[in-house]
Design a protein around this ligand. Structure first.
Ligand SMILES: Nc1ncnc2c1ncn2[C@@H]1O[C@H](COP(=O)(O)OP(=O)(O)O)[C@@H](O)[C@H]1O
Ligand SMILES: [Mg+2]
Length: 500
């Protein structure tokens, strides 16, 4: 392919290595843009890391800091006095492969042609999805590889308001419309429930059949920690009894009857049974409406070729933990079955999106979901089960799970400890990319990982459809309240009780 490079932008100075070069220029490219540099008889593609100004006059007069003198000298020297000192990270040779020779001093540096970048970031026809455009080149479309994004897992990390949910919506919408993809979004804030992703989402209510819960899931809902070993033992016995009896009533009634039996005993066992009965009462108060003896598990509600949204906005963290772990366990099992037998309740790949991932996959704590998230992160690839982890608190995320997310979409991230933590999880996130993170605008992202051929600074598209949870217009709401007069009597007492 003939390369139309045009006029050089600048020239390499000394000290280049195969992976980095400094050059001087009178027409500097913006930071994050791409350049092409002659090296070793080939061309290398570089990403501009820094740009700084230099003045010939002022640099020959070190120590001149008087503003009046500086102004006068600069005015006299004119525009020709200024040049730019730039540095670039060298990413790959144009013939493919890593750069092995440094560019020589004096090597010409060109602005990378948009046509070349468009070919690089344009993705494979019919296998890629558009996420946006290069931040420095609005004419260059950036597409990521769908298979790689799903099977090698993806993390979307940024402070609140940087554009994570918008990114999820853009990707989810295009996967469903373009590829008939099946997604399962765990929605903590009810922002996806009423959205128009993929032409309208399928909402799955968080209903669990208590008979299908594992003992650990039941223990979490009851608030029985493993260190309460008498309670665990009594509970296990009671469950055995409920399962062996042909009990006519509900599962919970059966469990209560079995526990009441144990409560009549003396000693530790009796006391543990009484404690469990109290916990069973409070379980019913808190979770009565998500437990349902007739519920088929939430996985059966999955509709292929749609974005399925499991609404977790009305349950607390413990219940969310149980629901997510329960669903992931069944999903992984069904996908394994499909691989082994060719038939299962989930005969299609699924991309699981987990918002607020730091809550269910925390760094220093064990949750039920964390175990299953780690398993899906490790094994999901083989079974067509992908993870998309979303978090505004990367340093609160389990390092193991995070490092299984080979693809990263990192948006504005201000705290250095967050940045370091993310960098430790991803070798692809180099120091110079890290430097961009605090100053990214809303909707801008650094993309690294196998789903993109090269690291990219991307302006993510805005989701054009409906999405809840965008920033409220406080001014508008206040003004409206003034127009409406005094507030009405409070209502919604049922909702409030649930909230408590
Ligand atoms: N790529 C984008 N282009 C334009 N606006 C965006 C973009 N991403 C986010 N926004 C806007 O910024 C606000 C916050 O975005 P959101 O995705 O909810 O952030 P987060 O999930 O990180 O808290 C929203 O009002 C959204 O419309
Ligand atoms: Mg969000």
């Amino acid at each position: 392919m003939a390369l139309e490079l045009g006029e050089p932008l600048g020239y390499v100075v000394d000290g280049a290595t195969p992976t980095s070069a400094r050059f001087v220029s009178t027409r500097p490219p913006p930071v994050g843009d791409y350049v092409v540099i002659e090296a070793g008889g080939d061309y290398v593609l570089g990403m501009v890391r820094s740009v700084g100004t230099r003045s010939l006059t002022l640099s020959s007069l070190p120590g001149v800091y008087d503003p009046v003198v500086v102004e006068k000298l600069s005015a006299e020297a004119g525009a020709g006095d200024v040049f730019f000192e730039c540095s670039a990270r060298l990413l790959a040779t144009l013939s493919g492969g890593s750069p092995r020779l440094p560019p020589l001093p004096g090597a010409r540096v060109y602005r990378a042609p948009s046509g070349l970048l468009a070919r690089l970031f344009g993705g494979a026809e019919g296998r890629s999805v558009r996420v946006g455009v290069l931040a420095t080149r609005p004419d260059v479309e950036v597409r990521v590889d769908v298979n790689t994004m799903v099977t090698r897992h993806t993390a979307i990390l940024a402070v609140t308001g940087a554009g994570k949910s918008n990114t999820v919506a853009v990707v989810a919408d295009r996967l469903v419309r373009g590829y008939n993809a099946t997604l399962l979004i765990f929605d903590f804030h009810g922002e996806y429930v009423g959205s128009s992703i993929g032409g309208g989402v399928n909402v799955i209510e968080p209903r669990l059949n208590p008979r299908h819960l594992s003992i650990s899931e039941l223990m979490t809902l009851l608030g029985v920690e493993h260190r309460f070993y008498h309670q665990e033992r009594v509970l296990r016995k009671a469950l055995e009894k409920v399962e062996s009896d042909v009990f006519q009533g509900s599962f919970i009634d059966g469990l209560r009857a079995a526990l009441e039996g144990s409560a009549r005993q003396k000693g530790d066992e009796g006391r543990a049974a009484v404690a469990l009965l109290n916990k069973l009462d409070s379980l019913l108060e808190r979770y009565g409406d998500i437990l349902d003896d007739t519920a088929v598990d939430p996985v059966s509600g999955l509709e292929p070729g749609r974005a399925n949204v499991l609404d977790l906005s009305r349950v607390d963290e413990d219940a969310a933990d149980v629901i997510v772990s329960h669903v992931l366990r069944i999903l992984l099992w069904e996908r394994k079955l499909y691989k082994l037998r060719g038939s299962s309740r989930v005969p299609f790949p699924v991309l699981v999106v987990l918002e607020e991932a730091h809550i269910l996959a925390p760094r220093d704590e064990d949750t039920l979901s964390k175990y299953w998230l780690a398993r899906v992160a490790r094994e999901g690839r083989k079974f067509g089960l992908g993870l998309m982890l979303v978090s505004q608190r990367p340093k609160g995320l389990d390092q193991d799970i995070l490092s299984q997310a080979n693809n990263m979409i990192v948006m504005r991230l201000v705290e250095p400890t967050d940045q370091r933590y993310v960098q430790a999880a991803s070798e692809a996130l180099s120091e110079d990319l890290l430097e961009h993170l605090p100053s990214l605008a809303t909707g801008e992202a650094v993309l690294v990982g196998p789903f993109t051929p090269l690291p990219a600074l991307v302006k993510i598209d805005r989701f054009e459809g409906r999405l809840g949870g965008s920033d409220p217009d406080v001014v508008e709401e206040w003004t409206r309240t003034r127009a409406a007069g005094s507030p009405a009597e409070p209502g919604g007492s049922e909702l409030y009780e649930e909230f408590l």
